[in-house]
Write a protein that binds this ligand. Sequence first.
Ligand code: MRU
Length: 343
Amino acid sequence: MSHELRAVHWTGTGLALIDQTLLPHRTETMHVQDVDTLVDAIQRLVVRGAPAIGAAGAYGVALALLQGEREDWTDGEILRAISRIREARPTAVNLMVGVDRVAARLPEGLEAVLEEAAAVQREDVEGNRAMGAYGADWLLEQVGVERPLRILTHCNTGALATAGWGTALGVVRELHARGRLEVVYADETRPLLQGSRLTAWELVQEGIPHYVQADGAAAGTILRGEVDAAIVGADRIAANGDTANKVGTVGVALACADAGIPFLVAAPTTTVDLATKTGDDIHIELRGEAEVLEWGGVRAAPAESRGHNPAFDVTPGRLVTGLVTERGVLEVASGQLPADYLK
Ligand code: MRU
């Protein structure tokens, strides 16, 4: 069952990561014992999803400490290695939050570092469970129908993308557990197919009815009235509610606004970054051209074409009907998050 799935697992001597580049055809675990391999795994999306890379980064601090002991690194070398993990991907703030929280315990030694990393992981799973219940309650009230709901989602926000259970997909799982879910429309999520490869795989494990659809189908499905609400995750939420998430999300939000249906963002408070004022200040990762110019490793576009490959986009806060975190639902469409939101 995927609720026991652990994308990130500390073995006692290193990290075990489910290699998400191989799913759904192969389920293999990659064992990581050194910082170079971890940075590469985060950049290649062996481990991906904001909370999951937050947990991997948190344990990465322990990995750097252990490698430093083995290879006789100076304190400066250990800190530089930790910075490389922190900067492996720029958009999801959870990576920086996870690394910084654990690195603060470095002076206390390995045991304290591991204790803190385990807390990052545990709190994420607990938070996901809470947000699943809050999000399901809110959606059922907002949509206000007796029949089960038809939900659209984009990218993968399940157990694979988190420390366990899932954010937006956690809400979906909760609706399903309550017998209030008819079907999920899972956007395939070009160009790396997190929707068709990962979300659909998780939905199959859970026995949840779903369609995989091309990203380009989402707006039409919404405007035809085939969807009651969309739920997505987030990589960074600015102080004004602007939300960075997988590229393609803003189109879903625009269609929901036009159709007058709820667009719910589900994310732990570790994704909320009040130091970032608006979405304009969010660093959007630009990935390699080959990911959009090739199809399954084979060149699809003319040799002369250049590729444009932003991994994320920013949905303006005004289009976010609700933000569900482990604390409950905040209706952000009107503007700023409360200045003391994270207190
Ligand atoms: O590039 P990815 O696969 O790491 O992007 C993931 C997303 O955009 C998710 O929607 C987001 O991180 C939330 S995961 C709970």
